[in-house]
Design a protein around this ligand. Structure first.
Ligand code: C2E
Ligand code: MG
Ligand code: MG
Ligand code: MG
Length: 279
């Protein structure tokens, strides 16, 4: 349409077609080639018991190493992958890689560790997730309970009906489900009760100021109590200080992730760490 209005108009349009749109198309293009070029890697962040810091598992966190741009944060590329649909093949890759890890862990005597994998909204709405999970578990002889899937509160609430169906299917298979970034979306408490969940993850934004902001302290205590009353375990995200850990521990929060314990790290490093403790 801009073009038909004459050359002048078209030039105006294209020069003002903002930098952000151009950047975005460029990123989408790079992203679409990244799987084939094997530029993705899973990092693992230990999940630990709040009381003694014992490693009980890990969360898989996607990393993209671009040859020229370096390491690109998932907060930058996941939204682009989600909107473009690339998240579907990428999400499948993450699940396949996760299944491989669970197989090697069993061989290394680390079969007691649980692996948590993030799901995107689009993966949750699609129909191929459950069949893929069935295939991966069966082909690799993986115990369903070793796998935990993390669904953000906002993804789950985008389409509560299909989320409910998905969560029932996962529950029927014994796959664990965690609700991620809890407190940042708008879930009604009735859905929280209806959804078949195993764990609630308190978002880092509430944990951050737990010591200085009385509101956050109250929100966190109330959330832990709510989760427990619904039969869910609680994991606190982004625990960075001993004071935060002590507070969360005193409120009965079972597990934690955060820089206080360990940052996300390459797989080999995590395995060495877990093996050293287990040995
Ligand atoms: P998330 O699932 O809530 O993951 C936790 C994020 O908090 C990670 O960021 C982790 O590195 C960071 N974190 C953990 N402990 C601390 C801490 O003590 N302090 C601070 N400042 N940060 C901490 P990361 O790895 O950049 O991932 C960001 C988000 O990208 C994830 O948030 C998740 O929503 C998404 N993501 C990552 N991997 C995948 C994936 O495979 N699939 C999908 N769909 N999303 C993913
Ligand atoms: Mg997560
Ligand atoms: Mg989170
Ligand atoms: Mg997050």
């Amino acid at each position: 349409a801009a073009k038909s209005q004459g050359r002048g108009n078209f030039q105006f349009f294209s020069s003002s077609m903002n930098r952000a749109t151009h950047e975005r198309l460029l990123m989408e293009n790079r992203l679409s080639q990244a799987l084939e070029k094997q530029e993705f890697e899973l990092y693992l962040q230990p999940q630990v018991a709040m009381t003694d810091g014992r490693i009980i598992g890990a969360e898989a966190l996607l990393r993209w190493h671009h040859p020229e741009l370096g390491m690109i944060s998932p907060d930058r590329f996941i939204p682009i992958a989600e909107e473009s649909g690339l998240i579907l093949p990428l999400g499948d890759w993450v699940l396949r890689r996760a299944a491989q890890l669970l197989v090697t862990w069993r061989e290394q005597g680390l079969g007691h560790l649980r692996l948590a994998v993030n799901l995107s909204a689009r993966q949750c709405r699609g129909t191929s997730l459950v069949p893929l999970l069935d295939k991966l578990l069966a082909d690799n002889g993986i115990a369903a309970a070793q796998l935990e899937l993390e669904i953000t509160e906002s993804a789950a609430m985008q389409d509560p009906e299909s989320s409910r169906t998905l969560l029932q299917a996962l529950r029927a298979r014994g796959i664990k489900v965690a609700i991620d970034d809890f407190g940042t979306g708008y879930s009604s408490l009735s859905y929280l009760k209806e959804f078949k969940l195993d764990r609630l993850k308190i978002d880092r934004s509430f944990v951050k100021d737990i010591e200085t902001d009385p509101n956050d302290a109250v929100i966190v205590s109330a959330t832990i109590a709510l989760a427990h009353s619904l039969g869910l375990e609680v994991t606190a995200e982004g625990v960075e200080t001993e004071a935060q850990r002590a507070f969360l521990c005193s409120k009965g929060c079972e597990t934690a992730q955060g820089y206080l314990f360990a940052k996300p790290m390459p797989v080999e490093q995590f395995e060495a760490m877990a093996a050293a403790i287990t040995a």
